[in-house]
Design a protein around this ligand. Sequence first.
Ligand code: PA5
Length: 434
Amino acid sequence: MIKVDISNVWGQLSLPDLLAMEKEVAAAHDTLINGDGPGNDFLGWLDLPVRKATDEITRIQKAAKKIRSDSDVFVVIGIGGSYLGPRAAIELLQGPNHNIGKGKGNPQIFFAGNGLSTRHWNELTRLLEDKDFSITIISKSGTTTEPAIATRALRWMLERKYGTDGAKSRIYAITDPCKGALRQMATEEGWETFVIPPNVGGRYSVLTAVGLLPLAVAGIDIMEMMNGAADAKESYDLRSFENPVWQYAAVRNLLYRNGKVLEIFESFEPGFKMFGGWWQQLFGESEGKDGKGIFPATAEFTADLHSLGQMIQQGQRNIFETMVRFDPPAQTYTIGSDWKNLDGLNYLEGKTLDFVDEKAYLGTVAAHVDGGVPVITIDAGELNDRKVGELFYFLELCCGVSAYILGVNPFNQPGVELYKRNMFQLLGKPGYEK
Ligand code: PA5
């Protein structure tokens, strides 16, 4: 079970304050699970965890096996909720350099359609020139500009390389079961398709084909992940302050009420960066509305202690931190002795890197708490496929409960549309002239 350590927040709030929130947190949790709050037509994610492969999961596993055997590279096209989840899990489990040394049998995974950079595009197409590759297009609406542009171009590249029929067997569409341009295109072109259920929003979709197909191609055991999510569904249904979901959701709301309007979600693992990105979208899009919300920021320690450290320690006192910790890996690194000791490091001789990391963590928390920055620690335990599934579901639950405590609809994102409308108008898209 994931543990939430709130011992480093007491300088900023009191236990009676927290306990006084019991009814409020219970009501928010009930609202979420009973489905009687705003946005309740987007609660499909609550029931995604399964312990036995469904037909859809079996098809995903079969497609992943084919892609692993016939592709050096798998390109995942999508943006926002249609891309952050799989990238987060791959980087967390396999590291930010996961593509090094990979090829057919265990393909490299690249992401496209998550921006409009020509430089990024040129780099990707150069890389694909002499490679066998397959693509998945992930878009619930099927009309998002960034992935649509990447799709058109990559599909043509595939057709030039393998012919129309050959290309067809290398394109996988993940979209709404019935509507949207991508569904229509996939049907017309005969591409294999997987479904984003209509009642699952983008940022809650990682346990659908959106996450599962890329993760299976990356060699991650998706049923282990689903089991982890199913563990979470059972464990975190508890209606009391023993539930870590309650602790995290309640404490962050209390801190917010006490003027802590910015949360830094952080870890000492470089592979955690994109997981932070996934969390940022989840909480940012769910809570940032009606003039309310905690601004979700991310940091990677120790690297960012040398850039953001000063601001955290002595800048505006409107910050709190949420630190995610994992158990150290089985393979350790021990610091050796140097007979000259010119760097003065011999005092660490025989100590593991984990030992130093642990002291850096403890030292950082003590310093920040001293500086008036409360720190919540999420102790996730061993890092593996199952744990990542548990973490996804745990944080989704925390987000739903937290947003209902805040008094907003966790499942809409009306503010995301405005930039799209402006862009369409500036680009001259038919129907958006005024
Ligand atoms: O959370 C969201 O709804 C957004 O981030 C979407 O996932 C993103 O805009 C991509 O949308 P679509 O899947 O329709 O292409």
